[in-house]
Design a protein around this ligand. Structure first.
Ligand SMILES: NC(=O)c1ccc[n+]([C@@H]2O[C@H](COP(=O)([O-])OP(=O)(O)OC[C@H]3O[C@@H](n4cnc5c(N)ncnc54)[C@H](O)[C@@H]3O)[C@@H](O)[C@H]2O)c1
Length: 282
C-alpha cells in the first residue's frame, strides 16, 4: 500500500530529516511549524541535503527537483487535515505534545498519528487523543537521511492495523522498523545511554581518560565511535535527561546519572554544540 500524503509537525532537526526522506521516497509531504522562519530554514536545509545526495550521485538533479516539488511547508495547522499519516517532531515537552495530539485527533478522524518522541509515554499521548488506537511511536535517529532504524513503539491502545501501516511507511522510506513496547528509553537509548553514563563514571573515578575509553571501545568492541565522543555528539544535556527518564520510569538505582555528567551539564559543557564536553572542539 502507498500513502498519498504525509504530514510532519515541527520543522527542526528531526522534522527536516523526516520530511526530506519522505519526499525522496516519492511521497507528498506537508511540513508544519509554528515558526515561519523555521520553515524557510527547513526548506533551505532540505535543499542542501538533497544537493549532497546529488553530489554523491545517489540522486539525479531531476529527482532532487521532483522531491522538492513534493515538499509543501505551512504554518497553518488546518493544512494537515488531508494527511494520511502525521509524524509529530515537535519539542520534547509533554505539554506541547499532548496539546498537539488532542488537536490533531480533532482535526482528522482517520489519520494515523505518530510521535517521534525519544522519551515520553505513547500510552499517555494516545490517551488524550480521539480514537487512540491510531496513535503510535515512530522513533527516527539523527541524522534521519543516514540512519536506517525506526523504532515502532506500540502504546497500550495501538491497533495492529496502525502498526502495519507505519511499518509499511518506514519500509517505503528505506528504513528498517523494529517493533518495541512502550517502555522508558525504548530499546536503543536504554542500551546506549547507560553505557555512556558508565563511561562517565570511569572518567569520574580517574580509571581512564576520555581518549583512552573511546579508543578502547573502538578497538575492543568495534564501535565506530567511542561512547564519550558519541555523548558529545548527542549532547550531554540530552544524555542526562534520558538517564533521568530511565531512573524515574523504572525506579531502579542502576539508572542513577553519573554526578560528573550532572556537573558538566550544570557548567554548560554540553558537547559539540557548546564547543566542550568530554572532548574539546574548536
Ligand atoms: N535531535 C535528535 O537527535 C532526536 C533524535 C530522536 C528523536 N528526537 C525527538 O524528536 C523531537 C524533535 O526534536 P528536534 O531535535 O528536531 O527538535 P528541534 O528543537 O530541532 O525542533 C522542534 C521544532 O518544533 C517547532 N515547534 C515548537 N512548538 C510547536 C508546535 N506546537 N507545533 C509545531 N511545531 C512546533 C519548533 O519551532 C522547532 O522548529 C523531540 O521529541 C525529540 O525528543 C530527537
Amino acid at each position: 500500500m502507498s500513502h498519498s500524503r504525509i504530514g510532519v509537525v515541527g520543522a527542526g532537526t528531526m522534522g527536516q530529516g523526516i520530511a526530506q526522506v519522505v519526499a525522496t521516497s516519492g511521497l507528498e509531504v506537508r511540513l508544519y511549524d509554528v515558526a515561519d522562519g523555521q520553515l524557510s530554514r527547513a526548506r533551505e536545509h532540505i535543499g542542501q541535503g538533497l544537493d549532497k545526495l546529488v553530489a554523491k550521485e545517489r540522486l539525479s538533479g531531476g529527482e532532487r527537483d521532483e522531491a522538492l516539488e513534493r515538499l509543501d511547508t505551512t504554518s497553518k495547522f488546518e493544512a494537515l487535515g488531508d494527511c494520511d499519516i502525521i509524524i509529530e517532531a515537535a519539542p520534547e515537552s509533554a505539554e506541547i505534545k499532548e496539546r498537539l495530539f488532542r488537536d490533531l485527533g480533532q482535526l482528522s478522524r482517520d489519520a494515523i498519528l505518530a510521535s517521534n518522541t525519544s522519551s515520553l509515554s505513547l500510552t499517555r499521548l494516545a490517551s488524550v487523543c480521539e480514537r487512540p488506537e491510531r496513535v503510535v511511536g515512530m522513533h527516527f535517529f539523527n541524522p534521519v537521511p543516514v540512519l536506517k532504524l525506526v523504532e515502532v513503539i506500540r502504546a497500550e491502545q495501538t491497533s495492529d492495523e496502525t502498526v502495519g501501516k507505519v511499518e509499511q511507511l518506514a519500509e517505503q522510506m528505506g528504513k528498517t522498523a523494529v517493533p518495541i513496547a512502550d517502555s522508558p528509553g525504548f530499546a536503543v537509548n536504554r542500551l546506549l545511554v547507560p553505557m555512556i553514563n558508565e563511561a562517565a563514571f570511569l572518567v569520574q573515578e580517574n580509571a581512564a581518560t576520555p581518549e583512552a575509553i573511546d579508543q578502547a571501545m573502538k578497538l575492543g568492541a568495534a564501535h565506530p565511535m567511542g561512547p564519550l565522543a558519541l555523548a558529545d555528539l548527542i549532547g550531554l544535556d540530552v544524555c542526562l535527561s534520558i538517564m533521568e527518564v530511565l531512573q524515574e520510569g523504572f525506579g531502579d538505582p542502576k539508572y542513577r546519572p553519573c554526578p560528573l555528567l550532572r556537573r558538566m551539564v550544570a557548567a554548560g559543557y554540553l558537547g559539540r554544540k557548546s564547543g566542550r564536553g568530554f572532548h574539546v572542539y574548536q
